[in-house]
Design a protein around this ligand. Structure first.
Ligand code: GDP
Length: 469
């Protein structure tokens, strides 16, 4: 538990129905008592008294006013809730003050709270305290952020499962298997001379293979889909001028628009829009800026375009059905030869029914979809193709999917150590050496739940949260 009390505005700042200030720490209730006056009609709770509130009166909303006692005036009406430790978000005493959501109101009340001794909470500090005080493990704390950032129903479901502890549970099973093997090996090391029957190494080997290595491999493989479900498939629409890229983009957007994310300014000078494609977030990287002003081949030379192509998981390579394949198309194809792509034959409405366009031999392996962005035909096929090319497994299972790059890196390390332990057993190495690898495998898994995590890593993780969370 921490000695200091933290506070922050927990809701987005701006005009709105309700704005909430959250306070956590040993002084939370004293601070509230100093600035809050309940309306006289509400005598059911002694929150203004100097004694601690009665147990059964907590966790209720109490109506009253926030008062600046120095100036002697009311700042705002408020509903307040007191959640005593340990049954709160942080496991500390927590107070939440609901106010009218105006920037000035919230700021004035927060200033009063600071005057009473609280300090400004850092980004993610409430959740960090929930983790450090042992209410949730690190993978669950990370799930909180995933819930806030979830782009589709499916990404939300997986994050919710993770918050409930599904990943932690799987990991603890793996850890207990490894611990079991370790205990056998350690007994062998300690009592080698006294044990009559030699250690059955084959039994340990097959137990680790089946109960640790295979599940680890499945978890690692699930990340291929998992990171796309969490972060979205980055999709770039590419093609020479006038093939209908903007029309296609608009078509996809008008049908599937879910969230619009804009990143103006210097760090990311492109607009990204996230579509919800059958539950899969697809981040459309808007290339509008490049194709109106520059020839795509010159454009490819510029680093921003290069980077976007490099980072794309999938490219919609658009050609014009009426015009057929031309040199510029071939040039673009060569540039994106190694990328995963779908050939989109647009303007198919301009082709006579039975006509087919001639495709160069080296394009023969490309999956092609004929569409008309203008007449809105072929779009369902295109969407299905985008989905099928992006996702390998069953996207709709909710557990056993790893979505976080930090987690997969640690799982890979754990797998490496586990394989080394297995090699050691096969090669009849001394139990001490095998035990070292198994310990390393366990350590890596514990990093996911945060049992042995450095402060730097914690700061990095929680620094990405918003203030008040
Ligand atoms: P971009 O330069 O690749 O972004 O191409 P645009 O989307 O601006 O389209 C170029 C022109 O082609 C416009 O006049 C569009 O109306 C037209 N166009 C786009 N898609 C189709 C289509 O499917 N069929 C027909 N007939 N015209 C299209």
């Amino acid at each position: 538990m921490y000695g200091d009390t933290i506070a922050a505005i927990a809701t987005p700042v701006g005009p709105g129905g309700i704005g909430i200030i959250r306070i956590s720490g040993p002084n939370a209730i004293n601070i509230l008592t100093a600035i809050f006056k309940k309306t006289p009609s509400q005598n059911s709770c002694n929150i203004n008294s100097s004694t601690a509130p009665q147990k059964n009166k907590n966790r209720r909303l109490i109506y009253g006013n926030i008062i600046d006692k120095e100036k002697g005036h009311i700042i705002d009406e408020a509903l307040v809730a007191y959640m005593p430790a340990p049954h709160s978000y942080t496991k500390e005493d927590v107070v939440e003050i609901q106010l009218h959501s105006g920037a000035v109101t919230l700021q004035q009340v927060l200033t009063l709270v600071f005057q009473q001794g609280a300090r400004n909470a850092e980004p993610g500090e409430f959740t960090k305290r929930a983790f450090l005080n042992g209410r949730i493990d690190l993978s669950q704390a990370e799930a909180v952020m995933d819930i806030i950032a979830a782009k589709t129903d499916q990404s939300l479901r997986i994050a919710t499962e993770q918050l409930k502890g599904s990943l932690s549970h799987t990991l603890s099973e793996l850890i207990s298997q490894l611990d079991h093997a370790l205990a056998i090996l350690e007994a062998d090391i300690e009592f080698e001379a006294e044990i009559e029957a030699p250690l059955d190494r084959n039994q340990i080997l097959s137990a680790i293979e089946q109960s640790v290595l295979q599940p680890l491999e499945q978890l690692i493989a699930s990340y291929d889909d998992g990171h796309l479900i969490r972060e979205g498939v980055r999709l770039v629409i590419l093609g020479r001028p006038n093939v209908g890229k903007s029309s296609l983009l608009n078509r996809l957007l008008e049908q599937e628009r879910a969230i619009v994310t804009e990143f103006p300014g210097t760090t990311r000078d492109s607009i990204e829009e996230t579509l919800n494609l059958f539950g899969l977030p697809v981040v459309l990287v808007d290339t509008a800026g490049w194709h109106q002003t520059m020839d795509p081949i010159e454009k490819i030379g510029i680093s921003r375009a290069k980077k976007q192509i490099e980072n794309a998981e999938l490219i919609l390579f658009v050609i014009d059905a009426k015009r057929g394949v031309c040199d510029e198309d071939r040039h673009i194809f060569r540039y994106i030869q190694k990328k995963k792509k779908i050939l989109v034959v647009n303007k198919s409405d301009l082709l006579p029914k039975s006509a087919e366009i001639k495709i160069p031999d080296e394009w023969k392996d490309l999956r092609a979809v004929a569409v008309s962005a203008q007449k809105n035909t072929g779009m369902e096929n295109l969407k299905k193709e985008i989905f099928q090319r992006s996702i390998k497994g069953d996207m709709f299972k909710e557990t056993g999917i790893v979505t976080n790059s930090r987690h997969v890196a640690l799982l890979r390390n754990s797998k490496k150590a586990t394989i080394e332990a297995l090699e050691g057993i096969r090669n009849n190495l001394p139990s001490e050496l095998i035990a070292l690898d198994i310990k390393e495998g366990v350590n890596q898994l514990r990093g996911i739940t945060g049992e042995n995590i450095s402060n730097d890593v914690l700061d990095q993780i929680f620094g990405r949260f918003c203030i008040g969370k």
